[in-house]
Design a protein around this ligand. Sequence first.
Ligand code: FAD
Length: 465
Amino acid sequence: MAESYDLIVLGSGPGGYVAAIRGAQLGLKVAIVERELLGGICLNWGCIPTKALLRSAEIYHYMQHAKDYGLVAQGISADIEAVVKRSRGVAKQLNQGVTHLMKKNKIAVHFGDGKLTGQGKLSVTRDGKTEELTAKNIIVATGARARDLPNLPTDGKRVWTYRHAMTPPEMPTKLLVIGSGAIGIEFASFYNDMGAEVTVVEMLDRIVPVEDADVSAFLEKALKKQGMNILTGAKIDKIAADANGVKARITGKDGKATDGEFSHVIVAIGIVPNTENIGLKELGVAMDDRGFLKTDPACKTNVDGVYAIGDITAPPWLAHKASHEGVIAVEAIAGNHPHAMDPRNIPGCTYCHPQIASVGLTEAKAKEAGYEVKVGNFPFIGNGKAIALGEAEGFIKTVFDARTGELLGAHMIGAEVTELIQGYTIGKTLETTEAELMETVFPHPTLSEMMHESVLGAYGRALHI
Ligand SMILES: Cc1cc2nc3c(=O)[nH]c(=O)nc-3n(C[C@H](O)[C@H](O)[C@H](O)COP(=O)(O)OP(=O)(O)OC[C@H]3O[C@@H](n4cnc5c(N)ncnc54)[C@H](O)[C@@H]3O)c2cc1C
C-alpha cells in the first residue's frame, strides 16, 4: 500500500530540505525524495564547495603577498588535490548535517528518482524497485543543471561544467571560461589565483551583466590587473576539444576573429531546470517556454496541491531564494498567510576576488523604472579598516529615490562585501529611507562605515572623502 504523508518534498536542495523542516515544525507528516545527495546542488556541488575552494585561493593569494604585511613566506606552492579534498570534506560535513536535520525532525527520507504520477501521488524508483507515496500536497524542488553549449558536450576531461571544475582531474594551465555570470567568474577567479592563465569570454558588453554597470567596470579592471584576459561583446565561433586540449575561434567586439588554444574550458552559460520527465507535463503544470514552472506568490502552481520552489521557478536562482520560497510554500500549505517575497529584496553575492554583492535596483534599472535618483559612491581607500586590512580596492554605491528617500538599491565591490550586504537588505525589507540610515551608528573601525558614508555621499554629506 502507498505510504501516505501530509507533504512530500521532491528534491532536497536548500529549497526542499528547508521546506521539509518547516513542514515538520508545523506538525505535518513529511517525506523528502532525493535521487542523489541530501542538500542538493548548493551544499554538495554549488555554494559551499566553491566557497571552500575560493578560501584556499584567497589564503594562497595572501601568502604570496605576505611581504606586504611584514611577513616572510617562502617556498609557497599550491596542491590542487589537497585543495579539492578540503572542499569535498566541507561539502560532506554539510551533507551529513542535513542528514542529521532530517532525522531530528522525523522527516522520512526516500532515496530514488521521484515522479509525480497523479494529483497527490508520487513514485520513487531506485535500483529497479518502485515505491508509491501519496500526500495532500507536493512541493517540487528539483533544481537545475548546467546548460551545455550546442556542439560541445561537456566530458569532464577537457570540457567542464561546474561539477568537473570543482573536482578537476588536473590543474588547468590555460583555461577558457565561457560566460561571466557568478559561476563563471568565481571559477575564473579561483583558477587565476591558483596560477592558471585564464581567459573569460562574455557575449554581452560587460562581465557580471546583472550587476550595476560601475561594478562590472571595476571588476573587469581588477581582474585584468590580476592577469586575467577578459573579452566582452565576444562570441565563440568555433570550438572543438580533443585529448590534448581545446581550440576556439573567438570573435571580439571589434569583429576580428582570433584562434586560441586552451588546456581546458569551463562552460558557464546558464542553467536548465530539472522539470522534464517527472510527470509535470502530464499533470498540466504550467511552465514557461524554457521549462521553468509558473507559480503564484505563495509558490503554488496552477495545479491544486502542487507547489514549486527554487531553481525550477523564476530567477534569481540562488540558494537563499529557494529556502525562503520553501518556507512560504509550507506556510501556505499549513493554512497560514505568508508574505510574498519581493525579488528586489533578494541579495546576490559573487565570491570572486574582489567580492561583489548587491540588492535591489541598479542605477540604470532605477532610472529605467522612472525614478529620479540620488546616488552615493564611497571608495574603500577612504576607510581606515580597509587600509589596515591591506584591502583598499573597491567601493559601495547606494541608489535612493530622490523624491521619497527610499533606498532602492546597493552595489558593492571589495573585501568582505558579501558579509556587508545584509545590512542594506534588512534596511530595504524594512523600507528604510536615507534619514534612518544616516541616523544609524556604525561601529569604528569597520568596513561597514563605508555603508554609512555611501548614504551620506548620496546627499552630499560624506565625511571621509
Ligand atoms: C557552482 C555553483 C555555485 C553556486 N554558488 C551559489 C552561492 O554562492 N550562493 C547562492 O545563493 N547560490 C549559489 N548557487 C546556486 C544554488 O546552488 C542554487 O540556487 C540552489 O542550489 C537551488 O536550490 P534548489 O533547492 O532549487 O535545488 P538544488 O539545490 O538543485 O537541489 C535539487 C535537488 O533535487 C534532486 N532531484 C532532481 N530531480 C529529482 C528527481 N526526479 N527525484 C529525486 N530527486 C531529484 C537533485 O538531485 C538535487 O539534490 C551556486 C550554484 C552553482 C552551480
